[in-house]
Design a binder for this molecule. Structure first.
Ligand code: DAH
Length: 354
């Protein structure tokens, strides 16, 4: 274009393409070199027009000069505008230290983490050690050693996902089918295999079952297991421990009751109910008018379990309990759909204590 003589059409075309290229500039450096290409002292479009004034025939000098100036001013004006808007967007002069600080967005504990932390705090204060174990288990730790041999009907209630690759055995005799653990009770076995009594542990962790998703079930949920073993550990110790936990977790006025139940790894076994903290036992919609809320399973460790890990059932006794942490969280916070814990909707998650 610089070959033909400057005229209004050429001015307009250059201004339009300058605007277009400036809008597309990816960085301040790109914009600067664009500006230099149009306005630079040497070899720029404006500079070449200025040069043409000198070599032009006298009758054209004036109009070339006019168009060259017009182009220069138009480009300078666009450039100034660009500089002003980009200065507003990112202050070139650095940071204004007098402005109030910007609060970083703080993350938030998940309600299940809140419950887990609280439970760990309560049990730690009662002298329990927190231990964790593998989520990939073998059948022996998950079932056999807990007095649930193959074909035991109790296994049906905890169907799970079996893995194609066998796990290298942890201990001699472990090399059985590999699976995702259905409960944290398998850690009772692992812990007793590697520790001498006395034992006082809680085991938080994920467990897996082939359950369909509904209001109260997910194929992956969280449990906390408890195990206490020593000389002379009794059912009264079990009840006292659970009562102390319930009062910390659900309020001072909580009472607990044990109803006879069955688990292969405890004898006797019980389901534990807590007095409803919403109506204090009078009966309300929360406890379905019964005054009690079922919360966990427990019992005295079965002698066969001690035998499986090499403890002498004539010397030691113990109790165990296991509960679903989603259930505790649902009851504590009045959540009616377990799926809410896993949908990652911040409007739900942010309603819980930090
Ligand atoms: N393992 C049981 C379950 O997943 C819960 C349980 C019941 C654990 C009784 C225990 C127990 O330690 O003694 O449903």
């Amino acid at each position: 274009m610089s070959d033909s003589l400057p005229d209004q059409t050429a001015v307009d075309a250059h201004v339009a393409s300058f605007e277009r290229e400036l809008a597309a500039a990816a960085s301040a450096r790109d914009a600067q070199s664009l500006r230099d290409r149009y306005l630079g002292r040497k070899n720029s479009i404006v500079a070449s027009w200025m040069q043409q004034i000198g070599s032009a025939p006298p009758d054209q000098k004036k109009s070339i000069g006019r168009y060259a100036n017009e182009l220069k001013q138009a480009i300078e004006a666009r450039w100034k505008q660009y500089e002003e808007t980009s200065r507003d967007a990112a202050p070139a002069g650095g940071v204004d230290v007098t402005l109030p600080g910007r609060q970083p967005i703080l993350g938030h504990r998940h309600p299940l983490t809140v419950v887990r932390d609280r439970m760990e705090e309560i049990f730690t204060r009662m002298g329990f050690t927190i231990v964790e174990g593998p989520e990939v288990e073998d059948e022996w730790h998950c079932f056999d050693a807990l007095n649930m041999p193959a074909e035991h009907p109790a296994r049906d209630m905890q169907d799970t996902l079996y893995l194609a690759t066998p796990m290298p055995p942890f201990q001699a005799g472990d090399a059985m089918r590999t699976m995702l653990r259905t409960h944290t009770s398998s850690m009772q076995i692992r812990y007793m295999q590697t520790h001498e009594p006395p034992v006082r542990i809680v085991v938080p962790g994920k467990v897996y079952r082939k359950d369909d998703l509904d209001l109260t079930h997910t194929p992956n949920f969280t449990q906390m297991e408890g195990l206490v073993v020593g000389e002379g550990v009794s059912l009264a110790d079990l009840k006292g421990t659970l009562l102390a936990w319930a009062r910390e977790m659900f309020g001072e006025r909580s009472r607990v009751r044990l109803r006879p139940s069955f688990f292969p790894y405890t004898e006797p076994s019980a389901e534990v109910d807590i007095s409803c903290w919403s109506c204090d036992g009078a009966g309300c919609s929360m406890c379905k008018q019964s005054g009690w809320i079922e919360i966990l399973g427990c019992g005295m460790v079965h002698p066969a379990v001690f035998e499986a890990v090499g403890y002498d059932p004539d010397k030691v006794s113990g109790f165990a309990f296991g509960m679903g942490m989603e259930r505790v969280a649902m009851l504590k916070y009045g959540v009616d759909d377990i799926r809410l814990f896993y949908e990652n909707d911040l409007r739900f998650l942010e309603q819980f204590p930090l």
